[in-house]
Design a protein around this ligand. Structure first.
Ligand code: CU
Length: 250
């Protein structure tokens, strides 16, 4: 190691020693609620979980099938004698058709399952259904480094989103500066908040409680503080919460 490099490393270590206690002492924002998407808090995340498990099951079957076939072939057809010449096989039509058509059918089925459910995750319940008629529209605005939520009636909240239970929430997301990402893993919504473009997502909770989320797009030095708290309450609690909120300023 050259002397110059050793001095530089020493300086860096010294700097870390000075900076680290200050960083550790700074208040660290903490997620307010559960963020495990496998512990579903509503119909959208149940749909995501269903897709997740179907894909995991298919991938596991393929892993076991292909891995098992490789292991079987390696053991069953291993070289037993240095002079041995294995049986030479030139093609097998039925086998080749099976391993071409089988994956095609499986991929087509997974594709259709995905497309059908992504439509629901993006747009919520069928517009003709009773559930869609009680839908509430909430505008989500991201900016460095916090979220605001505009409710119907011109009311607005900061960092914490309050929604009624068992009610579809149509979200429109936008940003006032750089790209942010709105995500509450336990309730299913994950959507970009882009400057100049309005995006849409759908969120619904089937139990009351507090759910955590965060900005998932690195947006600057305060990115880690762009946390989201979603409080799911009864419809009457939601309405009384709205009454006490200040008017929107965005
Ligand atoms: Cu961010």
């Amino acid at each position: 190691m050259s002397l110059v490099r050793a001095v530089r490393l020493g300086k860096a270590a010294l700097a870390l020693g000075v900076v680290t206690p200050a960083v550790v002492a700074a208040p660290v924002p903490v997620l307010a609620g559960n963020t495990n998407f496998l512990n579903g808090g509503g119909p959208p995340v149940d749909t995501i979980d269903m897709l997740f498990w179907v894909f995991v099951a298919c991938a596991s079957l393929i892993l076991i099938g292909v891995g098992g076939a490789i292991l079987y072939a390696a053991v069953r057809f291993r070289r037993r004698d240095p002079d041995e010449m294995p049986r030479q096989i030139h093609g097998h039509n039925r086998l080749e058709l099976a391993w071409t058509i089988g994956p095609l059918v499986l991929l087509a089925a997974l594709f259709v399952l995905n497309v059908v459910n992504v439509g629901y995750l993006r747009h919520g319940p069928n517009p003709a259904s009773a559930a869609a008629r009680q839908e509430i529209h909430i505008r989500v605005i991201g900016r460095q480094f916090y979220w605001t939520f505009d409710y119907p009636g011109g009311k607005s909240s900061l960092r914490t989103l309050v929604i009624p239970v068992n009610t579809p929430i149509e979200l429109s997301t936008e940003s006032l500066d750089v790209i942010h990402g709105f995500w509450v893993p336990n309730l299913g919504a994950k959507i970009d908040a882009l400057p100049g473009i309005v995006n849409h997502a759908f969120l619904e909770a089937n139990r009351t409680g507090t759910f955590g989320g965060q900005c998932y797009e690195f947006c600057g030095l305060g990115h880690d503080q762009m946390l989201i708290t979603v409080k799911v309450v009864s419809m009457s609690q939601y309405q009384s919460y709205l009454q006490h909120l200040p008017a929107s300023s965005a």
